[in-house]
Design a protein around this ligand. Sequence first.
Ligand SMILES: *[C@@H]1O[C@H](CO)[C@@H](O)[C@H](O)[C@H]1NC(C)=O
Ligand SMILES: *[C@@H]1O[C@H](CO)[C@@H](O)[C@H](O)[C@H]1NC(C)=O
Ligand SMILES: *[C@@H]1O[C@H](CO)[C@@H](O)[C@H](O)[C@H]1NC(C)=O
Ligand SMILES: *[C@@H]1O[C@H](CO)[C@@H](O)[C@H](O)[C@H]1NC(C)=O
Ligand SMILES: *[C@@H]1O[C@H](CO)[C@@H](O)[C@H](O)[C@H]1NC(C)=O
Length: 357
Amino acid sequence: MGLTLQILLVLPVLPFIFARKWNNTGKGTIAFEEAWTLPDLINFTDHKSPPPGTTVEQFEANLFDIHNQRLSQMDATGVDFMVLSCATPCIQAIPDPTTAEEMARTVNNALAASISNNTFRFGAFGTMAMHNPAVAAAELERTVKEFGFLGALLNDYQQTPNGTVLFYDQPEYDVFWEKVVELDVPVYLHPRSAVPELVALQFQQAIWLNGPSQGYAVTLSNHILGICTNGVFDRFPKVKLIVGHLGERIPSDLARIDEQLLKEIPNGLPMKRNITSYWQTNLFETTSGNFATPLLKFHLETIGLNRIMYSIDYPYINIQEGQTWIDELLPQAGILSQADLLKLKRETAIEVLGLNK
Ligand SMILES: *[C@@H]1O[C@H](CO)[C@@H](O)[C@H](O)[C@H]1NC(C)=O
Ligand SMILES: *[C@@H]1O[C@H](CO)[C@@H](O)[C@H](O)[C@H]1NC(C)=O
Ligand SMILES: *[C@@H]1O[C@H](CO)[C@@H](O)[C@H](O)[C@H]1NC(C)=O
Ligand SMILES: *[C@@H]1O[C@H](CO)[C@@H](O)[C@H](O)[C@H]1NC(C)=O
Ligand SMILES: *[C@@H]1O[C@H](CO)[C@@H](O)[C@H](O)[C@H]1NC(C)=O
């Protein structure tokens, strides 16, 4: 490629480099499992299950929008800041590595450009093709250093051309986790729709379970527990991994998971500790799409407030639903002091996302 062409390709991106110094004077929420996508990616987007009262057409428009209906609802309901990321499954459903890597760069460039004029209200998690861990690490570095992105959001496993799927718990991915630690940014692990092979084997007798009600959490919790048990956090103790939907069911079942894992392999597993302990050092959860007050109460007892942050899951969930829960229902339930409520709504997120840096 000639130098002129390279400059032409790079130039439109350069003006969008931005910096944000968060002053934390607000009291509103920070939400960061919030989906957005490009029209070109609609066939790589779960967009057939809008929330009640929203048509598929409105839902698609909500996914593409940033500055209109999204921002006006944030203003109306008290969301101070949203971190946007590519709606699931996005790049993780593109089997061809070259196509996936190019599309990831296109998505990241477009998102950086779209939010560049309002970085006090919007931030971004980068999207990465995960076929080649070194390429993923380089794209993470580019988006963090050039665009001020706040981390990465990966939609569970990566599809490949030969029908296998890739999980990020193997030693090949150490180069990626090493970069995550070096850049000191969190990684959000988000669910995705199942590949057809998995649907045929696991869900054909109850196809309605293939999705957010069950399938999402089942496959993603396997991936999360794979990352724990394969020792990623032992090799990279500073990795911050965030999972949504109140922990993809894991914190609710820690006692049994730990007890049974101990028996699994007589000589021990690749991990050095137990799953409970990684929730004190590496794992965080958000409330996205799971505003269940009794469950939150249990998680406050088991993993503790410091590991739990608010998020919504817009536009799959209405902004108002999340805001009503946290602003009204949750204080009424009397399980958090006002100071603790602020931690849940924003203060832990400011630390974990590095908004105060
Ligand atoms: C803090 O940031 C907000 C934007 O989120 C801005 O309106 C406000 O003026 C800032 N306050 C200070 C003291 O810089
Ligand atoms: C999505 O898939 C449909 C059906 O195959 C096709 O008609 C449409 O052009 C695709 N849209 C994009 C943006 O690729
Ligand atoms: C940022 O740009 C978008 C698209 O042009 C526009 O709709 C929006 O109002 C702008 N926001 C600010 C704060 O300038
Ligand atoms: C399928 O492709 C992946 C890389 O994309 C490779 O690691 C794996 O060995 C391949 N598996 C088979 C059965 O060809
Ligand atoms: C998990 O490990 C911690 C120490 O890190 C220990 O206190 C706890 O008893 C262990 N739990 C189980 C169920 O093994």
